[in-house]
Design a protein. Sequence first.
Length: 211
Amino acid sequence: MTPANTSPISPYKLASVLLQYPTIALFDGLDHLERTVRFARTGHSRESFDRFLGWLRSTSPTEVAQHYVATFDLQRRCALYLTYYRQGDTRKRGMALLEFKAAYRVAGFTPSDTELPDYLPLVLEFAALCQRGRELLRRHRADLELLRRALTEAATPYADVIEAICAQLPKPRRRDWILVRRAWEKGPPAEEVGLEPFAPPEYLAGNKEFS
C-alpha cells in the first residue's frame, strides 16, 4: 500500500492510500498522487481529492500525523471501520464482519490479519481490484455516509476523501437514509462483548494473500 509506484492508480486505491496513517512515503509520493486524481470518474471526486492533497501539501508531516491520530483514533464517531458506527463493539458486529470475510474468500483473497476486514482502506483496496469490492462499498453506503457526516462535523480535511469515495458510488437509497438517521441520533453502541464471529475456520479460508 505505497504511493511510490509510477503507474496510474484507481480512485479507490488513491483513497485507500490517503486514509492510512501518513508516512514519509505518502509525502514523497504526492506528485504521483496528484497526477492520479485525473482518473477519478466524476468532477466532484477530483475536486475533493484536490482539496485534500492541497492540505497535505501545505501542512507539515508531523501536524498531519497528529491530526490523523486525533481524528481516527480518539473520536469514536470517526472510526475507519465500516460496521463500527452502527454496531459498535457488539456481537452483532462480529457477525457483520462475516460479510467482508466471505467477499474476500469468494474473490480468492485473504485479508491481512493486522486489521479487521471492515477497515475502510482495506475495503477500498479490494474495490480497486475487483467489482465485488465495489459492490461491498455500495452495500455499506449508509455506513460511508455516517463516516462522511462525522468527519464533516469534526471539520477535518479527511472528510474530502470520503466525499470523493461517495461521488464514485450511487447515491444512498431511501433505506440507507433511514439507517443513517437512526444511527446518527444514537451514535456507536458502547457494549463490548467481543468481535469473533461464529463460523468454522474453513469458511473464512482463502487461497491468496490480500494485504
